[in-house]
Design a binder for this molecule. Sequence first.
Ligand code: ZN
Length: 470
Amino acid sequence: MMPSLQTIFAAAAGLAAAALATSATGHAATDLSSPDRALGASAAPARVVVVGLDAASWNVVRPLLDRGALPNLARLVERGAAGPLASYWPLRTPQVWTSVVTGKLPGQHRIWDHLSSTRYNPPPFRTAEKQRLTSRHRRSLALWQLLSRSGLRTFAVGWIESWPAERVPGVTMVAPIVSLDPRRQTTIKGSFFRDVEGQVQPRQLWPVARRLIVEPRDVSDLELKPYADVPPAGHPIRGLPHMEHNLKTLRWSVARSESVERLTLGLYDVARPDVLLFYFQCGDSLAHRFWIFQKEPEAIRRRLTHHGIDAAHAQELHDRFGGVVEACWRDQDTRIGRLLARTAGPETLVLVLSDHGFGDAPDPHPDPEEPYGGNHLDDGIVIAAGPAVKPGAWVKGISVLDITPTILHYLGLPYGADMRGSPALALFDEAWQRAHPPRSVATFEKKPQLKIPFAEGYPSRKDRPLASSR
Ligand SMILES: [Zn+2]
């Protein structure tokens, strides 16, 4: 059973203060040790909070909002602007989340996938050997580096492809590691481990961060109850193909979400960010593994039969696992509520966004490894709420490439003309737009990144590399 949040935060506050006091007397490696930052004081709300929700999709979110299942997201939609968010083919998670924080295409930032050996890496970049793509492979500056140059502070928790955490002045980062150890890794979205270094910057926060990490083995069966009625060991359902692995993923997913919340709340006062980013993954990882069980038993039976899986348990599978995807969404909403209560104020711009959408897959599922899954859809979601945002607006035509230019513009900074997106002005009210004309500079890099290999996406879908809402 996981220790209570109160216990953990009391410990974290003390440890953080101790860690920073040590850094102040040792080498002043970062500006965390500057005397104007009173230890233990409660940090002000961030100016921008970016909530990354993997695979969030209006076809999933809208019905849940209508049923009152997502009260925190509902409040943001009510007071803010919302719309579809165009993504980039082939809708590959590391590519897109890196595009979100760079405003650049994969041909510019060079993060093609989690691993360098897969078919999503074009031949000149593909390696024969299985290697992690990490923050060191990124060839474009990330939002946190750009903000740092302007003296602004960033706190990023759980962001995809951010490992190892980068040491940048004013940046606090907790970066999940993609493990190549099959005993530890159940999905490739990155996990937090108490025994692996490189996940935290500034490094002196590691002893504190370590205490906040929840690993899958810390998650009790009771904590899985809101998601599923997990059958006991030896039950025939647990013998179905991929089922043990998928149940492991469920436990991993709860641990990862819990870690993101604890790390964000536990380190927020130390990070004191102008811009906060955090990321939740269950809308993707659990939907890849439990999607079909939401459907009527007939649809489940059909899917299983297509994959040559015994369909005798269709009704029971629906009863036990039909609520996994909704439970993920309710859980994310609850966590977002708690996180925003602590980190956002009335003056904060809150941006909720996803890397692509998610929906039904054909029978059989195109990926034989995912017999119970749905599939990626082109469009994700964007919700913006804050003082400058046009309330109640439904805004089309924004893409994942526009997010970094939009955040820079909102903070009064120019964006790079070699970024492939531009500020999403339609989110903001006319008076604010008039008072804040966008500015750009040629580039923030050493030289403009104008050559873009595989700009049509790889493997290409030439007709529509940038998905439908654009
Ligand atoms: Zn996915």
